[in-house]
Write a protein that binds this ligand. Structure first.
Ligand SMILES: Nc1ncnc2c1ncn2[C@@H]1O[C@H](COP(=O)(O)OP(=O)(O)O)[C@@H](O)[C@H]1O
Ligand SMILES: CC(C)(COP(=O)(O)O)[C@@H](O)C(=O)O
Length: 288
């Protein structure tokens, strides 16, 4: 019997996406491209008589605060697994800002629950359940599939079994992002007009480099109708400085590439330094 299990999953910044409705949850999701980032979610699970979730964010000063005391997608996973546990998730990036933290929370929590109760789920089954929870709650479409591994990810088919190509060992230089506040993913995914504009803006190819990814993502953002005034201003500053930049999907924020990106975005916020993750979710420890 394991007394505690801990798992980690990286986050994901989606550059462009298009929803795909399949004949099942596992063939429903999105296609598109994004970068898996090393900042994500650590989930710690311990046995409990009732399902409980504490969602914690660690700010730049290192202080940890509870930002949510419930997470319907994680509660859904416990219900589907027919287990009860006290789940605590910790992240260092803000939730709802387009860093794919809902998916990261689901993958890390599901992987940890699997170990805690020795459920014998395969990695594929853990991923499938996390993806199901995202689709059912409309908290994301393709992040779970992306976070099965690291790198610059292009998803050409929906769901965890869709065709995925990853560019690794990218000479990334420095990557950073600023956020101007949350953009509730479910609200956008539930909007017919928004999703029609997203579909029309979708660039139907994979990027062949990081710079190409920024180019395709920016084209998508410009045609998606999703750019907010704060994002527009930040993108204009980046354009003037010759810094490749685009909008974090779905978040009210900007991510940018290059050594001068931090300086440029510092004019509009406090940039988060981004590292491209080399791998996907993993078990950190389990204590018997
Ligand atoms: N770190 C987390 N831990 C637990 N649940 C989370 C976490 N992040 C998101 N969620 C769940 O997913 C829902 C939607 O989050 P979302 O806006 O998609 O965040 P993001 O854009 O970072 O993926 C939240 O209301 C919450 O229920
Ligand atoms: C862009 C989005 C639909 C949502 O991403 P997030 O807001 O980070 O959950 C993503 O899941 C994708 O399919 O690309």
């Amino acid at each position: 019997m394991v007394d505690r299990a801990v798992a980690f999953c990286p986050g994901h910044i989606s550059g462009y996406f298009r929803r795909v409705k399949g004949t099942s949850v596992q063939t429903t999701g999105s296609i598109g491209a994004g970068i898996v980032i090393s900042a994500g979610v650590e989930a710690t699970v311990v046995p409990a008589d009732q399902p409980q979730v504490q969602v914690r964010e660690v700010d730049r000063a290192g202080s940890c605060s509870t930002v949510l005391t419930a997470s319907p997608p994680i509660a859904y996973v416990m219900d589907r697994l027919e287990v009860t546990a006290a789940v605590t998730t910790v992240c260092t990036f803000p939730i709802g800002a387009g860093f794919g933290l809902s998916a990261a929370a689901l993958l890390s929590a599901t992987a940890a629950l699997n170990v805690l109760y020795d459920l014998g789920l395969s990695t594929h089954q853990v991923t499938a359940l996390a993806h199901e929870a995202e689709i059912v709650h409309q908290t994301g479409l393709g992040d779970v599939a992306a976070c099965q591994g690291g790198g610059l990810v292009c998803r050409e088919g929906p769901g965890p079994d869709g065709t995925i190509t990853r560019l690794q060992d990218l000479m990334a230089g420095s990557l950073c992002a600023v956020t101007f506040g949350p953009l509730p993913t479910p609200a956008v995914l539930k909007s017919g007009p928004a999703m029609a504009a997203v579909e029309a803006a979708f660039p139907a190819r994979c990027p062949d480099s990081l710079v190409d990814f920024f180019h395709l993502s920016r084209q998508f953002a410009e045609h998606s109708g999703l750019i907010t005034p704060e994002v527009r201003h930040a993108l204009s500053l980046c354009d003037r400085a010759g810094v490749p930049a685009s909008m974090t999907m779905l978040g009210n924020g900007v991510f940018a590439l290059g050594d001068s990106a931090v300086e440029v975005l510092s004019a509009v916020g406090e940039p988060f330094h981004l590292e491209i993750a080399s791998g996907g979710f993993s078990i950190q420890e389990h204590v018997s």
